[in-house]
Design a protein around this ligand. Structure first.
Ligand code: ATP
Ligand code: MG
Length: 392
């Protein structure tokens, strides 16, 4: 039911969602769910034609929430403003109040008529309202570079007015495309790979192999902080932890030069089983072609040969500078460069760059690494993510 007064709102506009005709509802529902996770339960949400509105009890709550809402994947922009009944006088006085409060220079009105039966066209509305505001305030209109732009949407049952917009990242709402397992290391790359998959609508569960002495030590470490940072984009993630020493026990007699590729294969095999458990549809890594010795085409093939789920490597064609740039933008870089005892640094510094599938499979069988994978799955632990109490 429409109320008879102006209600503070944030209007959320999305880009790609509107293109996904058949899936549109699913995308909107995922976006609503993610916004619900982000906001207080008192916020009321509504799907309207081509947009979602979030109604708040007071203006200050809307002002506080708008920039946070805008960071959500799937959001093209979030506009701060009002929802009002279809009352032209109310629209006039509200527009005037907004101009008086927020404009010292020039302004522009941008009217969209979603309800095509509305008696005036968008341009007529812009002119009439614009004249009215100009003569009442003495301020001028500038269509090219206004100091303030007011967006007005004429809907069948209400008007929406927004006066401040926050650009969003676009992409697809997390959860709308499916779930994946991300191999999360303490490095720069895998958090970026994770972010990129989240931006394409994936719910991610993390799997990390730690070489610290216990899960307690992982708690509060940079892995914990990275997960929390990434959770800003999706609250519905899990962090699985596996003790690296399990693997080390099995490879005592392996050729040191192929240990690293065996370790990669082991991580992928554990992740593959986890996919089955969690209903995940693929594995994600931060591999970038040629970045380190384990990332040659030969070694990538040997590590992932025969897996029954796809391995997504969103960074495969990027160079380090490009990855670092994104890591800085998304706020993971400073966490990633902190000191951490990583598993790979324990293994040889000089791995073979060209292992073959045959040699890896032979070592895999000889060392009974299938059993090692089973042990890892039995010993898997989960990191509780108490998002608000951990210091970044
Ligand atoms: P860097 O940013 O230093 O390259 P990285 O995390 O990319 O760090 P790499 O040695 O390049 O480290 O590893 C390639 C990929 O393998 C990682 O992006 C990650 O997906 C996975 N990986 C490596 N070590 C671990 C680990 N300890 N736990 C889980 N996944 C790991
Ligand atoms: Mg790397």
């Amino acid at each position: 039911m429409q109320e008879s007064r102006a209600i503070p709102i944030v209007e959320v506009r999305y880009s790609e969602i509107s293109l996904k005709k058949g899936n549109r509802r699913k995308y909107e529902v995922s976006l609503l769910q993610n916004l619900r996770d982000l906001l207080d339960s008192s916020v009321r949400m509504e799907i309207l034609p081509g947009r979602i509105t979030l109604s708040f009890d007071d203006v200050s709550s809307a002002i506080e929430a708008a920039p946070r809402i805008a960071k959500t994947f799937g959001v093209r922009w979030a506009g701060l403003g009002w929802s009002i009944p279809r009352d032209l006088n109310l629209l006039k006085s509200l527009s005037m109040d907004v101009v008086r409060e927020h404009c010292q220079g020039t302004f522009k009105l941008d009217v969209k008529r979603v309800d095509k039966s509305f008696p005036s066209t968008s341009i007529e509305m812009e002119r009439t309202l614009g004249h009215h505001i100009c003569s009442a305030t003495g301020l001028g209109v500038d269509l090219k570079a206004p100091q303030l732009t007011i967006h007005i949407t004429l809907l069948e049952d209400r008007f929406l007015l927004t006066w401040k917009t926050f650009d969003g990242p676009g992409g697809i709402p997390v959860g709308a495309t499916g779930r994946v397992v991300v191999l999360l290391s303490g490095g720069i790359d895998s958090p970026v790979a994770s972010y990129m998959m989240m931006k394409r609508g994936c719910l991610v569960n993390f799997l990390h192999f730690y070489s610290l002495s216990s899960v307690d030590e992982v708690r509060g470490s940079k892995i914990h902080h990275l997960a929390i940072k990434l959770l800003e984009h999706s609250r519905r993630s899990r962090v699985y932890l596996s003790d690296f020493s399990n693997f080390l026990r099995y490879v005592l007699n392996a050729d040191p030069r192929i240990e690293l590729v065996l370790f990669r294969r082991y991580m992928l095999r554990v992740a593959e089983e986890l996919c089955k458990r969690d209903g995940s549809l693929g594995i994600v890594t931060g591999d970038s072609l040629g970045q380190v010795a384990s990332q040659t085409l030969e070694n990538l093939l040997a590590a992932s040969y025969g897996l029954r789920v796809p391995v997504y490597r969103p960074l495969i064609g990027m160079n380090k500078e490009e990855i670092i740039k994104i890591a800085k933008e998304i706020g993971t870089y400073d966490i990633s460069i902190k000191e951490y005892k990583d598993c790979c640094s324990i293994l040889t510094k000089r791995p073979k760059t060209k292992t073959t599938v045959e040699e890896i499979i032979e070592w895999w069988t000889r060392l009974n690494l299938d059993e090692c994978v089973e042990k890892a799955l039995e010993g898997l632990e989960e990191l509780e993510l108490v998002t608000r109490t951990v210091d970044h």
